[in-house]
Design a protein around this ligand. Structure first.
Ligand SMILES: NC(=O)c1ccc[n+]([C@@H]2O[C@H](COP(=O)([O-])OP(=O)(O)OC[C@H]3O[C@@H](n4cnc5c(N)ncnc54)[C@H](O)[C@@H]3O)[C@@H](O)[C@H]2O)c1
Ligand SMILES: [Zn+2]
Ligand SMILES: [Zn+2]
Length: 342
């Protein structure tokens, strides 16, 4: 079968001779239709993804159609359109036993630790498939990146009337904004990129935007919150400087949620942390519950997925298009690879 393999740093290869997946017990064979591309894929290609081994088939933002399946409790059938949960958890570690499958000690993520979905067919545990009736194949493919935001918002426990700040308006931050708004919060988006901030207003319907380059950030946040500061601050920048500073931007009694991640260390002033009695949270991946929440929101609210997806290519055109998507002036938010139209 056909697939694209990342053989080594900066080298993709299209091949026709990948082995067909086997239908194992409790699994289904899914015919892949869409693959979303994100920072993880760019980093893997560029060689700055830690713990990454080559060759590897990338692709973890996946939708497709069930091609073969046995009897199952989830009442899934051949021909069903599905979204894939790409996090293979062990099921028995300390985190899994507590339902926190998203931070399993032995997490195997498709397209990162094991081969992903940039191929015609994949074998998946039935537990990792979600039926996506009523949604498009594009929508079903971007459930995963949106679920990252849904998880962070659920973890933060915010609700109606809460004032929250989301720093970083890339595809991940946008998801946080979307679900924070859906939870009834008043959302301030902060970034250094004016175009992206305009997109936050238009797409995620955030209440305010703050350009971190042009503004005295603390002063502006104080004005926007009657001197109280946001009760929850999400950092989705992947920038250590921003994460360090975020401790000073939260309300007393508030919560700081690190959705973005950095390789290095984060340092902060203990008095700033302590006097606020801040709660600091990491937020990693998402659980099945978060995926279901995303499906629910996509079904019941107007989310302009066609605007979130800024770039697309055919399967055959992916290798060439990928190079362009890496250029900063390509203004990619989300690129999608289309293996088959329907
Ligand atoms: N929690 C998870 O499981 C998970 C999953 C996927 C990605 N991530 C991480 O989320 C982060 C964001 O991912 P993305 O794809 O949206 O990235 P991205 O690079 O597209 O977006 C980051 C945004 O942050 C802005 N930014 C950078 N530094 C800033 C600063 N100092 N102040 C204000 N804005 C700043 C950039 O202008 C950009 O718009 C990355 O660190 C990524 O690794 C986390
Ligand atoms: Zn991704
Ligand atoms: Zn586990």
């Amino acid at each position: 079968m056909k697939g694209i393999v990342c053989d080594e740093i900066e080298r993709f290869r299209m091949t026709d001779d990948l082995p067909e997946p086997e239908l194992l017990d409790g699994h289904a064979i899914v015919s892949i239709r869409r693959v979303g591309i994100c920072g993880t894929d760019y980093h893997a290609f560029r060689g700055n993804q830690p713990f990454f081994h080559y060759p590897r088939i990338l692709g973890h933002e996946l939708s497709g159609i069930i091609e073969q399946i046995g009897d199952n409790e989830g009442s899934l059938h051949t021909g069903d359109q599905v979204s894939i949960i790409p996090y293979l958890h062990c099921g028995h570690c300390v985190a899994c036993r507590r339902g926190k499958t998203n931070c399993c000690t032995d997490m195997q993520v498709l397209g990162v630790h094991v081969d992903g979905g940039m191929r015609e067919r994949i074998s998946m545990p039935i537990t990792h498939l979600l039926r996506t009736d009523g949604l498009s194949l594009d929508e079903a493919a971007i459930v995963e990146p949106l679920a990252i935001g849904a998880h962070a918002v659920r973890r933060a426990g915010i609700g109606a009337g809460d004032r929250v700040l989301v720093i970083g308006s890339g595809p991940i931050g946008l998801g946080v904004m979307l679900f924070a708004k859906d939870a009834g919060a008043s959302v301030i988006a902060m970034d250094m990129n004016g175009e992206r901030l305009a997109f936050c207003k238009d797409w995620a319907k955030v209440d305010h935007t703050v350009n971190a380059l042009e503004t005295d950030v603390k002063q502006r946040l104080s004005e926007l919150t009657e001197g109280e500061f946001p009760i929850a601050v999400f950092d989705a920048t992947g920038n250590a400087g921003s994460m360090n500073r975020s401790f000073e931007l939260a309300a007393h009694g508030g919560t700081l949620i690190f959705v973005g991640l950095v390789k290095g260390e984060i340092t902060f002033s203990d008095p700033e942390f302590h006097k606020r009695e801040l709660t600091l949270m990491g937020s990693r991946n998402a659980t099945r519950e978060d995926f279901n929440h995303v499906l629910d929101v996509l079904r019941h609210t107007e989310v302009a997925i066609d605007k979130y997806i800024t770039h697309r290519s055919s399967f055959d055109g992916m290798i060439e298009a990928f190079d362009q998507w890496l250029m900063p002036d390509s203004k990619v938010i989300k690129a999608i690879v289309e293996l088959k139209a329907d």
